[in-house]
Design a binder for this molecule. Sequence first.
Ligand code: CU
Length: 117
Amino acid sequence: MNVLARTFTVVVALTFAAAPAATMAANATATASAKPVTVDIRNFAFAPKTLTIPAGTRVVWTNRDDEPHLVVSAGHQFASSRALDTSDSYAVTFDHAGTYTYYCGIHPMMVGTVIVQ
Ligand SMILES: [Cu+2]
């Protein structure tokens, strides 16, 4: 094999090797953006208090307090949780853009907002 032919072989091999890698990277990005976003309920507050997410994101609230808490949609825009005991979680997938305010049904001073873009 002369040098030119060998170079051509290497370029072709690299082109085919690179294609699956690029596809895998694209899939990894899609998976990363679909990851659930966590809101901790801690010290009688939602953290973060305001969350901005792309449409289609699943939000998971987890109670880190020793007191029970609830997640209740202020405008009945999504289903309310049951009472969450310590370490219990509640998840809602937000498919549509909008501003969703919520509060704790036991401690109504606890408020949070999910902004879906
Ligand atoms: Cu509460």
